[in-house]
Design a protein around this ligand. Structure first.
Ligand SMILES: Cc1cc2nc3c(=O)[nH]c(=O)nc-3n(C[C@H](O)[C@H](O)[C@H](O)COP(=O)(O)O)c2cc1C
Length: 389
């Protein structure tokens, strides 16, 4: 591990290092959210509205951070959220994140929008989940599902919060659009990051590997492929389609993008085994609530029938403890691992895992809980804003 990575004390330090290491358009692709980014900011800020309730004089000499989700035993309760185009951040890309998560004792979720194939990630040792959308071409979604099963993925994650793509205005500003419209400033920024640019130029060309075979010869540049995939988001997909895909996978399925008790119940009725309370990291509907604020009502509605995963805004171990206290079995994190990847490739993701896992262990000890199952709702209270005088 490099000295720069070792010097990172927390996820915010990894973010700062990633910002220095990556050209601005790439950093903002990762860091940005939709429109005014209110939901993006609230996802993390809202954790401050919950306060932990420690109890002392408990023997916390043997902390156990393990949990189970979708039939998998995890050594610690954070799995990697599905995130697309990781080859843009670092040459280690999806394979690096999958390897680091497996080494940490947790699970990587591969986005179907990855730069490497389902089979490439399937060959990495350890349990992996595969994420898919119900594309307009349902045959393509069924193909991903069949390939995922064949490649040994342990669960399917179906994302339902992209009926249409959200509007990430930072991508417009920096020209990361289809086709790319890089400003002089953005181009200069690539030139100012020669290490990133050299790695990019000397590596294999970037592609959305799982759909490359569907693109006509001669139009296989990344921008045409992204255009093809963008046209695949299906605004007409409904719970019937979810039920059909769940039946097709025939194994544990998590529905990602649930924000209300009503949708949680519909996911259960469709046959899901888990739901991910998620607003896509604030990248879809700006103005949606912070996910931690929606967790307890969802757990109260379906917690007995479904496993609940909290996704969005996780930057600290204490955030994970609060989510578990409100009824999540585990959390998903996206950017926390991506900052690690941008800061230092696979070693940077190792660092992100170590930081988060250590923070969880320490927060558990300081709260007086030994096992994740002991993190009950009594361990957290809502900090009511002071009454205005
Ligand atoms: C760069 C980036 C790409 C993403 N790509 C996908 C994707 O392909 N599929 C998906 O379901 N979610 C995608 N997401 C959303 C994440 O799965 C997750 O919901 C979000 O990152 C959680 O918020 P956090 O980054 O604050 O942890 C993406 C998020 C980011 C930051």
């Amino acid at each position: 591990m490099t000295r720069a990575l070792e010097a990172c004390r927390n996820i915010a330090d990894l973010r700062a290092l990633a910002r220095r290491r990556m050209p601005a358009p790439i950093f903002h692709y990762v860091d940005g959210g939709a429109e005014d980014e209110v939901t993006l900011r609230r996802n993390t800020q809202a954790f401050e509205d919950y306060e932990l309730e420690p109890e002392y004089a408990v023997d916390v000499s043997a902390i156990d951070t393990s949990t189970t989700i979708l039939g998998q035993q995890l050594d610690w309760p954070v799995v990697a959220a599905p995130t697309g185009l990781l080859g843009l951040l670092h040459r280690d890309g999806e394979i690096g994140v999958a390897r680091a998560l497996a080494r940490s004792g947790s699970v990587f979720t591969q986005s179907c929008m990855s730069n490497v194939t389902i089979e490439d990630v399937g060959a990495v040792p350890g349990a992996k989940m595969l994420q898919a959308y119900t594309f307009r071409d349902r045959g393509l979604t069924r193909e991903f599902i069949a390939r995922g099963r064949e490649a040994g993925f342990v669960a399917l994650c179906l994302t339902f919060d992209v009926p249409v793509p959200g509007m990430r205005e930072r991508d417009l500003l920096y020209g990361l659009t289809v086709p790319p419209r890089l400003s002089i400033g953005s181009l200069l920024d690539f030139a100012l990051h020669p290490r990133w640019s050299l790695r990019y130029l000397s590596g294999p060309p970037l592609r959305i590997a799982n759909v490359a075979h569907r693109i006509a010869e001669g139009t296989s540049d990344l921008s045409s492929i992204i255009q093809f995939v963008t046209n695949q988001y299906d605004p007409s997909a409904t719970w019937d389609d979810a039920a059909e895909m769940i039946g097709y996978w025939d194994g544990p399925v998590a529905i990602k993008g649930v924000m209300t008790p009503g949708d949680a119940k519909r996911a259960a009725a469709a046959g899901a085994s888990a739901i991910v309370v998620s607003n896509h990291g604030g990248r879809q509907l700006d103005g949606a609530a912070a996910t931690i604020d929606r967790l307890a009502p969802v757990v109260d509605a379906v917690g007995g029938d479904l496993e609940v995963i909290l996704d969005g805004g996780i930057r600290r171990g204490s955030h994970v403890i609060k989510a578990l206290a409100l009824g999540a079995r585990a959390c998903m994190a996206g950017r926390a691992f991506l900052y690690g990847l941008g800061a230092g490739g696979e070693a940077g993701v190792d660092r992100a895992c170590t930081i988060l896992h250590q923070q969880i262990r320490r927060s558990m000890a300081l709260s007086g809980v030994v096992r994740t199952a002991d993190i009950t709702r009594e361990r957290v209270s809502w900090r009511r804003p002071a009454r205005p005088v």
